[in-house]
Design a binder for this molecule. Structure first.
Ligand code: ADP
Ligand code: MG
Length: 457
């Protein structure tokens, strides 16, 4: 029997689940059946977790009956497939005689809206764990979602990489699509916007003006524009100009704008004042690394979503070892659970340790460690660091410490500046200088590596 037949047979049995069957199971596309493992593709980002957590037993039993073996299965979400599926589904709805059910229409409409808005189904408020580090940002984002273009416009969310900016921004989009379906939402990464713009500009031909008009309309003809990672604009003057006009058009027409960035507008070099003041005119909220409790809560939420059960000490172990970046925190958990899945073992602390091999001491790196180790490396004192001494040796050591602090702790430039008793612009300059110099100065690069090694211990 080939995999298509197996899946057809299994589907017969799965139909009895009722409505969830037509929503989640029926759209699954079989890809292969190897080593007793059925590989399926889905167009719904949430389907893999949802099926695993709610219909796992049914899936396993249907596959068992269809194959007469203890077959397992794996479901992948695939964007290309998602697009193709949505197109076909739409065509089918349009052409077939039978009236689609209300649920089908609703699901289809939502899927359509979500994919045209460019959102990832995982990034919703319901999947966002609130802790001290993001309480304010979450509350403001929720207010914006409930009152688009009424209260805070623009909303500017900033913070280091992997702390939930994109998640929070898209959660606003999902909320509006679900609750105010008349509003048109668009999510765009600044880098993709830039690439699209360049492509439009570089292609010649007579319809260039036309094309540019279309391009502009696409982003100016919406009710909610979500612009992710605006720091990418740095020095891209033409794109800045476009964003500037798009911003003004939307803002003047009372449309909501949400922007994310890994730093404050004033820390994006070469951002012109007229853009900076616009970005600052609404509200600015920051995201910082989550504390231990929040990290554990994020992991438990992730496990619940994926229908995974782990020993509590596994969450603690991972939360202790991945402190500054939620993406890495989640990555560690996903790795452990994928390995456990493959080896068909329970998720125990021992297993997690074997997979992740984190160094045992897992202390959080503090700015003090960094200053101390860097000072020692360059044979200066900690007092020199905090003083206003400007001799080359001290200045250089100080700049390296700023660079390392930013790399290892993701502290803001303000926070580093506060500690070192210096202006945040100086901190920013120090960071950029070391980063640039390291590209050409091998000795500096090695020193930085050595210092980082010593700090990590
Ligand atoms: P950023 O855009 O700031 O780099 P993302 O929004 O991409 O970060 O978040 C990285 C990962 O961490 C995503 O998978 C996101 O779902 C997850 N994440 C971040 N913060 C939270 C949170 N508070 N609760 C749940 N998941 C979170
Ligand atoms: Mg992001």
């Amino acid at each position: 029997m080939d995999y298509l037949e197996i899946w057809e047979k299994a589907k017969e049995e799965l139909k009895e689940i009722g409505l969830p069957y037509s929503m989640w199971i029926e759209p699954l596309q079989p890809v292969s059946f190897d080593n007793n493992n059925m590989l399926l593709v889905t167009a719904h980002a949430l389907a893999p977790q949802l099926i695993k957590s709610q219909h796992n037993d049914k899936m396993l039993s249907a596959l068992k009956h269809a194959t007469n073996t203890d077959a397992s299965y794996k479901i992948f979400y695939d964007e290309d497939y998602a697009q193709k599926y949505q197109k076909e589904k739409k065509k089918e709805l349009l052409t077939r005689k039978k009236q689609p059910t209300k649920e089908e229409i609703m699901m289809n409409n939502l899927a359509q809206m979500q994919s045209s808005a460019n959102l990832n189904l995982k990034y919703k408020f319901s999947n966002f764990v609130v802790g001290e580090n993001n309480r304010m940002a979450h509350a403001v984002a929720m207010t914006v979602a409930q009152n688009p273009a009424k209260k805070y416009n623009p909303l500017f969310i900033y913070g280091a990489s992997g702390l939930g900016k994109t998640h929070l921004m898209q959660a606003i989009g999902h909320y509006i699509i679900f609750n105010k379906p008349k509003l048109k939402v668009k999510y765009i990464k600044t880098e993709e916007y830039f690439n699209e713009l360049i492509k439009n500009l570089q292609t010649g031909g007579n319809d260039k003006t036309n094309r540019m008009d279309k391009f502009r309309q696409k982003y100016r003809n919406v009710d909610v524009l979500l612009i992710d990672d605006i720091q990418f604009l740095e020095s891209k003057t033409f794109t800045m100009e476009e964003i500037f006009h798009t911003f003004d058009t939307l803002h003047n027409n009372n449309k909501q704008i949400v922007i994310t960035s890994d730093r404050l507008p004033k820390d994006i070099p070469t951002l012109p004042d007229r853009l900076r003041t616009r970005f600052e005119m609404g509200i600015m909220v920051d995201l910082t690394p989550p504390d231990f409790e929040t990290r554990v809560a994020i992991l438990k939420n992730l496990a619940e979503m994926s229908g995974i059960n782990a020993e509590f000490s596994v969450y603690e172990y991972i939360a202790n070892n991945f402190v500054n970046n939620v993406r890495e925190l989640e990555g560690a958990f996903n790795k452990v659970s994928a390995f456990a899945d493959i080896e068909k073992t329970d998720l125990t602390l021992e297993f997690a340790k074997k997979v992740l091999k984190c160094e045992e001491q897992s202390k959080q790196i503090t700015i003090f460690d960094i200053v101390e180790k860097t000072a020692k490396f360059y044979e200066v004192t900690v007092d020199d660091f905090l003083s206003s001494a400007r001799n080359q040796k001290v200045s250089n050591a100080r700049r390296v410490a700023v660079y390392v602090a930013r790399e290892l702790t993701k502290m803001s430039f303000e926070a580093i500046g506060e500690y070192l008793n210096k202006k945040h612009t100086t901190m920013l300059y120090s960071y950029d200088k070391i980063k640039t110099d390291m590209k050409t100065d091998r000795e500096l690069e090695n020193s930085v590596k050595e210092i980082i090694k010593q700090i990590k211990g």
